[in-house]
Design a protein around this ligand. Sequence first.
Ligand SMILES: *[C@@H]1O[C@H](CO)[C@@H](O)[C@H](O)[C@H]1NC(C)=O
Ligand SMILES: *[C@@H]1O[C@H](CO)[C@@H](O)[C@H](O)[C@H]1NC(C)=O
Ligand SMILES: *[C@@H]1O[C@H](CO)[C@@H](O)[C@H](O)[C@H]1NC(C)=O
Ligand SMILES: *[C@@H]1O[C@H](CO)[C@@H](O)[C@H](O)[C@H]1NC(C)=O
Ligand SMILES: *[C@@H]1O[C@H](CO)[C@@H](O)[C@H](O)[C@H]1NC(C)=O
Ligand SMILES: *[C@@H]1O[C@H](CO)[C@@H](O)[C@H](O)[C@H]1NC(C)=O
Ligand SMILES: *[C@@H]1O[C@H](CO)[C@@H](O)[C@H](O)[C@H]1NC(C)=O
Ligand SMILES: *[C@@H]1O[C@H](CO)[C@@H](O)[C@H](O)[C@H]1NC(C)=O
Length: 909
Amino acid sequence: MKQSVFVLFLSCFCVIISADSFVSSNADAYGHLLTMSDHLIVRAANDQSSYAVMNLDTLWWNTCVYSGTTDEYIYSVSMGKSQNSSQLTFVAIGLIISTNTQFVRIINGIDSCAVLDEQILPTDTARLEHVVLAVDDSGQVAFGLSMGVFFVYDLLNYNIQLTNYSSIWNMTAWYFGSQPTWYPGFIPFAMAATSIDSVLVVGYQCDLVNFFCTPCAYYMTQANVQKPSTMPYLLLLPNELVYQDYPYYISSNIMNMAISIQDGRSVALIGLSQYDTVVMIEFIPTDIILIKSYISDVLGVGYGQSLVWLSNDTCAIVSLTRAISPWSVSRIEIVEFDSNNDMSAPLFTLPNSQQPADSSTSTSNILLVVVTHANLAILFGYSEVVLVIPFASASMSSQYLSFNANSIGLMQTTSCIPGTYNDITTVGPCKLCPIGTRNAGYSTISSCTACNSSSFCPLGSIADIPLDTVNNISQALAYPESPDSIIFDDILIQAMFSIGSTPSCILVSPLFWTVIVIAMALLLLSIVGILQLVRWGGKHRAVIVRIFRQTDLIGEGTLWMGGLMSFGIIVLVCFAYVFSNSFVYLYPIEKTNSVPFACDTTMRNAKFSTSLQLLATPRNQEEAPIFSLLDSQQFTLEVNFVQTLFNCSSLTIQQIIGVNLIQLPWLNCSYGDQIPATQTVSLTLPAHQMTLNFILGGPYYIGGAYVCLRGSSAASEGSIHFRQVLSFCQMFYTDNQTLAQATQINIQLTKVINRTTGLSPSDATKYTGIWIPTFTIEAINDELVYFQQGSYLRYLTNMTTFQVTFVETPFFIKNTQDPIARQGEIIFHNVLFTIVALEIFGLVFLIVKLTMAPVFWFIVAKIQKKMSNRVGVVEDNNDAPIDAGQNLEAAQKNTTAQPGVELNRLFLR
Ligand SMILES: *[C@@H]1O[C@H](CO)[C@@H](O)[C@H](O)[C@H]1NC(C)=O
Ligand SMILES: *[C@@H]1O[C@H](CO)[C@@H](O)[C@H](O)[C@H]1NC(C)=O
Ligand SMILES: *[C@@H]1O[C@H](CO)[C@@H](O)[C@H](O)[C@H]1NC(C)=O
Ligand SMILES: *[C@@H]1O[C@H](CO)[C@@H](O)[C@H](O)[C@H]1NC(C)=O
Ligand SMILES: *[C@@H]1O[C@H](CO)[C@@H](O)[C@H](O)[C@H]1NC(C)=O
Ligand SMILES: *[C@@H]1O[C@H](CO)[C@@H](O)[C@H](O)[C@H]1NC(C)=O
Ligand SMILES: *[C@@H]1O[C@H](CO)[C@@H](O)[C@H](O)[C@H]1NC(C)=O
Ligand SMILES: *[C@@H]1O[C@H](CO)[C@@H](O)[C@H](O)[C@H]1NC(C)=O
């Protein structure tokens, strides 16, 4: 079984070897074809048989054709990243195809790329195309590993030291015919120099009996390659040893590996893109230790295709096939490691919205990233384009593609855009200003400044915007409730017979004045009594008694004290007439003055009811016009995108009709005119029920959306039906977030109709109507997404959409206002009140008479007795013996009269 697999493998293997052309559209089919120092960048293109070189200091660039032209194939190029500006050389390893000769060369990276030195490498007949090359940082030594040899190439003295590969790793000979073919126990895939005399090399360690391989790292020094048994090595997937069939290694793209060594530390990261795994190791001269493995959250994306350390705790890791639409089909995630070597969620990715790659690269996978102290370079596969991103210092960011020649694009650092800041040296985008701070942008300050405490200042703020410029406006008001009593008689009686507690209430209280009048009557009564007692002014007393008896309404002219009470009744009734006549005009409540003689100034002649009714029910002729007035109201929508950089040129407004998108024009669009850092757009809505999409293209953010809906007033003929002005404004935002990339707001419109019945039957019923918008929010921020998936997603948007949906609710609110008392009924109520007042006073009078009179009579009788004993005067009685005074007199005359008889007389009257 194994044998047959092997035979199958051998057959394709031989095809590869015997191919006489190495032309590949893939930029790193067999090795790393991009290298960079702080001053020079070199890319080899085998399909064009040329190197593209560019001096990063002078931006001088050239395309040098390979010295052997199309007869050469370059596996890898390399350079020390710290090579200085006078060491503009690089190392290339390749093959002369016609003679099957492998070479390694030192090439001058200026002019036409002259070869400074060349060494021919021993070449086995069987040769895997896995040739790896690494130059130490200072550019002094190049290390290489191919099937035939491990070499150490002194770049200063131009001499090479070779070690037979098969003396390091066992080779196995297989006979294909009579020729032995040698297969190695280790296939190298990536190499990095750790110093001028040691390298880490990663590849596949193979079981030569079964022809299965597993990822493995070796730490090679000039000394230990002579004694292979002392060479430290580590199987990289120890927990789940993954073996793959040997034939897989023909295709290097599938099995790619990457390695990067951290500056100044013995720590390296190894990318195993086949397994979507990155492994962190530590190496010491005698051992390699596994620190941690990190597996991608999404599998099958070629995670770890290439990786580089950017600083001592951040690293850029390429996922070959994980797209960042619309810019790239691969992504570079920049992650951070904490002190426990745990990997953070991506801090940001490349490309991103602030740093989009060139459109020519959008369909090319990212194969390789290379870093120096000043720049990060990205090699895109299919297009063979190189993008160089300089590290930007604080307050800056590399954003604009400034120079593009020879397929090498150079980004330029520029100040952070408004609303963002950068406080570190980074290849990434500027970060959003935190909550409560702002940045007007284009400054050299590396932090955001604090906002005024009364400002609307969410994440990514640009300017100080006072909160009161974005006030919510709503016309929705609670409809009044009917008063406790909606029967006019009750209201009248309550108003007449109540005395408030405050001085002003007491002053307007009818009862108060009635009591005053009655008190005066009592005073008179007392005067009459005193007059009688002193037997003086009998004439006056008689007149007064006669007057009161004439005015008696209670005792029908029979009691003079009833007359006194009647003045009270007259006062009360007068008040009642005045009150009723002003009360009836306290209608409708929209047009009322204050009420005289009432403590409760909020009193109105109106009762209310509110109901929800279905729009579907047919309308009668009387109310139909108000519905058509409301339906015909034209809405103007104004949307203010607050704290944003989006301007009118980035805006498209679409109406969604079924599956179609209709572009709508706007009436007005301005940026920063009414509110700073705000885009204001207004448009006339073509309908009341619709969905609108505001599409804002660009890498910007929106702090909040201030949405206003307006409509004009209108009246029907005769002003019976009146449509009110619509004025609704609502600010949509979350305190500490920007608006979501796709915010959805639903606005429901409800008709509210006030029906006001006329005061008199001849008055027409009036209708007023208004639209009351209410809203629900479907998605207003992406906080949860950022929390779960990482806030780097924030920097991946090229577009923000704001969707507003208008719908009409299927019901309307009907408010009805009716008068409690109508004009014609007032007289009737007043008469009724008079009768009631008489009844009440009659009752009060009776009670007073019953309870007070006997006591009073008794006391007076006692006094009179004493006085008559002393004076002996008897007054003649010319009045009918009917009233209380008469009783007293009778009692005085007839000392034998029984109190019980007198009481009876009083009572009967
Ligand atoms: C560059 O480095 C070489 C070797 O270290 C040194 O001789 C040379 O002076 C340096 N040149 C510059 C400009 O620093
Ligand atoms: C390496 O060693 C093998 C076996 O010992 C030998 O056949 C081969 O020629 C040697 N190659 C070189 C380049 O020395
Ligand atoms: C290489 O061959 C030697 C001698 O035959 C053997 O002892 C050793 O185990 C082999 N190593 C590997 C990795 O197969
Ligand atoms: C990285 O270097 C900085 C400054 O040199 C240091 O403060 C920080 O602790 C280092 N981080 C790690 C993980 O070593
Ligand atoms: C806050 O705003 C007011 C009015 O715009 C301004 O006068 C004041 O200086 C601001 N305060 C701060 C701390 O910026
Ligand atoms: C944003 O990306 C979408 C999807 O690829 C693309 O169609 C659109 O043109 C881009 N918009 C902008 C403003 O770049
Ligand atoms: C947002 O603000 C609220 C209130 O200030 C706070 O409770 C919440 O934790 C904040 N959320 C974030 C992600 O900062
Ligand atoms: C209805 O009446 C209430 C109470 O007077 C008022 O607040 C509201 O504005 C009126 N609505 C309409 C549509 O006239």
